[in-house]
Design a protein around this ligand. Structure first.
Ligand code: SF4
Ligand code: SF4
Length: 411
């Protein structure tokens, strides 16, 4: 089964922009690992072009090429011709899924797409997975979180100034990180509302090729977050997808306009803190702090520097920039299940960099990265992994530490 109509034209347009220059190759994590053209953005675009022309089926080599792609979008950032690789990637995954869901989604994780729609069921799935952990394939075992966290506290307030998006995995596993983000927002002067009918963002569905599933979740979120409030979240991948709702529902009648308006209201936590009514102060603990930046925060939201700016505001801690801080960690949704060997190699390189830099703590800003880096750190005796929001919340202080220490410095 191939692509039809408008979507096919969009893909062809992106493919036409590619002049095969290869500037995207040195930033592509899979090409860097294997050196194979088929593991490069240029090679994958060529495969999609051949499939669109009907020269090869949406299966086999095309499936392999896109299954081995992280979807990290580093190639988009590097491309001087502005090729929107992610549009080709999404369409390719959709065609592969239509032709056979097994091309994008192994049976072991297929239930995940329906379970993430309901956060209570997702918790039950994780609990059950932990009971039978020993029976699971290794790749699934390492994906399973060590713990469940209390659900993010929900609230409907009278005069909110921000609405908060909790996410599915974030809520089930990193609820404390959501709570910390809300404390930061409230300390910065926002009144935060957490709509109870909100759903998973749909990114997992879209990356698996299940566009109708992603669209249904997007519509549910448009209803849950109606109005004019900024929609704040702390997960780079979810935030990138929420900001893309305008594109996702562009051809969807009355929903198109609502989706475009919603997308303009989405803010990463760090952006919201930038715009906040009140100034926040942070006091560090003399620690060296590194960051594994969410690749979608970097390459889709284009705000790579925002988390680093906020870490640098912590007086008394030292931000240590890892060479690959903005490079994908190999988690990429369910990539570490679908491509465990490549994901592990990417993680090994990452852990090597961390061992060299020797930070006291490694910060993350996406649930998939958190799971992946926790796994890597456990396996290598690396530093504790902490959500950026928890790190900042733990270092909040009422007074400006720079002013507090000034008289002492003068004495
Ligand atoms: S995607 Fe962009 S950078 Fe890569 S080969 Fe095509 S034009 Fe060059
Ligand atoms: S999205 Fe990432 S892994 Fe995929 S082709 Fe682009 S740079 Fe390579």
């Amino acid at each position: 089964m191939g692509l039809t109509g408008n979507r096919r034209a969009i893909i062809q347009q992106e493919l036409n922009h590619c002049n095969k220059c290869g500037f995207c190759l040195p930033v592509c994590p899979t090409y860097l690992l294997t050196g194979s053209e088929l593991d490069s953005p240029r090679g994958r675009l060529a495969m999609a072009e051949a499939a669109i022309r009907g020269e090869v089926p949406w299966a086999h080599e095309v499936g392999d090429a896109f299954s081995r792609c992280l979807g990290c979008r580093a190639c988009e950032t590097a491309c001087p011709s502005g090729v929107a690789y992610s549009r080709v990637y999404e369409a390719a995954r959709e065609s592969l899924y239509q032709s056979n869901p097994a091309h994008t989604l192994p049976w072991t994780v297929r239930p995940l797409l329906s379970w993430v729609k309901n956060r209570r069921r997702l918790r039950r799935l994780i609990r059950a997975g932990r009971v039978v952990r020993a029976l699971l394939p290794r790749s699934l075992r390492q994906l399973l979180p060590e713990r469940l966290s209390p659900s993010t506290r929900h609230s409907l307030v009278a005069t909110p100034t921000a609405a908060y998006f909790v996410g599915c995995i974030s809520d089930a596993v990193y609820g404390e990180a959501n709570d910390a983000a809300i404390v930061l927002l409230e300390s910065a002067g926002y009144t935060v509302q957490i709509p109870t009918t909100q759903q998973c963002c749909g990114a997992l569905h879209m990356h698996a090729g299940d566009r109708p599933g992603a669209e249904a979740l997007a519509r549910a979120n448009l209803m849950a977050f109606s109005g004019e409030l900024p929609v704040v979240n702390h997960a780079g991948g979810c935030g990138a997808f929420l900001k893309d709702y305008g594109h996702l529902l562009a051809g969807d009648g009355e929903w198109a306009e609502r989706a475009a308006h919603f997308a303009e209201r989405v803010r990463d936590l760090t952006e919201s803190l930038d715009d906040a009514p009140q100034t926040l102060f942070f006091k560090g603990q003399g620690q060296r702090v590194a960051l594994q930046n969410s690749c979608h925060l970097v390459n889709a939201q284009h705000i790579a520097d925002r988390p680093k700016t906020w870490i640098r505001k912590v007086e008394g801690d030292q931000y240590v920039e890892l060479p690959g801080t903005d490079r994908c960690c190999g988690s990429a949704g369910i990539y570490n299940v679908v491509q465990p060997s490549l994901a592990q190699q990417i993680l090994d390189d990452k852990m090597q960099e961390i061992q060299t830099a020797q930070p006291d703590v490694l910060l993350v800003n996406n649930p998939g990265c958190a799971l992946q880096m926790e796994h890597g750190s456990r396996a290598t005796g690396g530093p504790p992994v902490m959500y950026l929001s928890i790190y900042l919340k733990n270092r909040l202080t009422a007074a400006n530490p720079a002013e507090e220490s000034a008289p002492a410095a003068r004495e």
